[in-house]
Design a binder for this molecule. Structure first.
Ligand code: NAP
Ligand code: GDD
Length: 346
């Protein structure tokens, strides 16, 4: 039986990947951050919490990572843990660099010294393209990070390549474009919108405050993207691959469609607020995953319209179930709404 260690198993991708690997017959280990309140709702939602082994570790802490890799003795490591919110990286640039940049180097060093046969997947990102000079973007396009998050991810991207070339490690980068799902964190724009649409629909909220409505993203379905992570570690040789849908839509288009699906008009509810603007933004992402298609035959199945619909319908269902007294693994009922954030922000 193969063994996999997933860092960031409590996150959106970590949970979907845990489900996928358990279904493939892997023994799955996952690192989680010690917190005063555990964050296992996604693993519970996918009914996989009872089938994984959890190890407390922090990407900023070498000892805990060494402990995790020694305990799991994995064949494959998927490094998904990150301070993954671009906006927060402007507020916490050093922490973000420590986790998203140096954190990957810690794992690569552990692999090099402990067992150089361990295969390594690095969660790289379309944010690397930043100020894009061509569209769509592929593996050859220029990286020009626009945020401390992207700069940190550039460090881990290149070190993954460097350890592959210098030490012969099987270390691959998945340059994944945005991928979303009902398990997406509430800070990210798609889930923020679908959760707000659901709250408006059931009468709990009136307004939704957003930032840059004109930014364009290539949005895919997270459940399909974790299959790519696994497939990349099953290749003959390690390499770097873009994973995307090839379709780009603006935040405004996402918002309009999400409200429409709920039978609402976004112009009646949406306003912009400075709080949700970034010092600088990535204006356009659109990926070209030809190389990936040729290597593993993957192509996205869920369209933009289907993705927005499945997220909106799931969030409406959750709020309705919540109002009728049902309990289930979920995050939103604990989360302050936008109005509270806007009013309380200093
Ligand atoms: P996510 O939902 O925010 O999950 C991030 C995970 O990292 C969580 O489990 C989080 O733990 C953990 N984490 C945060 N700081 C940590 C630390 N210091 N030490 C150990 N664990 C830590 O992110 P995601 O959407 O699943 O993304 C997975 C990875 O892919 C990330 O590296 C992200 O940067 C990258 N990526 C994501 C996308 C996308 O569109 N989703 C696209 C490209 C690349 P808690 O649960 O305790 O917070
Ligand atoms: N979060 C957020 N909140 N974003 C907003 C808002 C808002 O209220 N209003 C407009 N936006 C815009 C952002 O400025 C950005 O242009 C776009 O919506 C998407 O923002 P996010 O959903 O926060 O995602 P991201 O594209 O910055 O980063 C995500 O995708 C990357 C891959 O390209 C994250 O998952 C990163 O971890 C990932 O690397």
């Amino acid at each position: 039986m193969k063994k996999a260690l997933i860092t960031g198993i409590t996150g959106q991708d970590g949970s979907y990947l845990a489900r996928l690997l358990v279904d493939k017959g892997y023994e799955v280990y996952g690192t989680y951050r010690r917190a005063s309140t555990p964050n296992f709702w996604r693993l519970q939602y996918l009914d996989v919490l009872g089938e994984v082994k959890l190890i407390p570790a922090d990407l900023a802490d070498m000892s805990s990572l060494l402990e995790a890799v020694s305990a799991a003795e994995p064949d494959e490591i998927y490094n998904l843990a990150a301070q993954s919110y671009v906006s927060a990286s402007f507020d916490q640039p050093l922490l973000t660099t420590e986790i998203d940049g140096t954190g990957a180097v810690r794992l690569l060093e552990i692999i090099r010294h402990l067992n150089a046969k361990i295969k390594f997947y690095q969660a790289s990102t379309s944010e690397l393209y930043g100020k894009v000079v061509e569209s769509p973007q592929n593996e050859e396009s220029r990286f020009w990070p626009n945020s401390p998050y992207a700069s940190a991810k550039l460090l881990s991207f290149h070190n993954t390549r460097v350890y592959r070339e210098a030490y012969g490690l099987f270390a691959s980068n998945g340059i994944l474009f945005n991928h979303e799902s009902p398990l997406r964190g509430l800070e990210f724009v798609t889930r923020k919108i679908t959760n707000a649409v659901a709250r408006i629909k059931v009468g709990l909220q009136e307004k939704l405050y957003l930032g840059n409505l004109e930014a364009k993203r290539d949005w895919g379905y997270a459940k399909e993207y974790v299959e790519v992570m696994w497939a990349l570690l099953q290749q003959e040789e390690a390499d770097d691959f873009v994973c995307a849908t090839g379709v780009t839509r603006s935040v405004r288009e996402f918002t309009q469609l999400a409200f429409e699906i709920a039978g609402l008009n976004y112009e009646d509810h949406v306003a912009t607020h400075q709080l949700f603007m970034r010092p600088q933004d990535v204006e356009l992402l659109q990926g070209d995953c030809t190389k990936l298609k040729q290597a593993i035959g993957w192509s996205p199945q869920t369209t933009f319209e289907e993705l927005v619909r499945l997220m909106v319908e799931e969030d409406i269902r959750r709020w309705q179930d919540h109002q009728s007294g049902k309990t289930f693994p979920w995050d939103a009922f604990n989360y302050a709404d936008d109005m509270t954030l806007v009013q309380r922000h200093v």
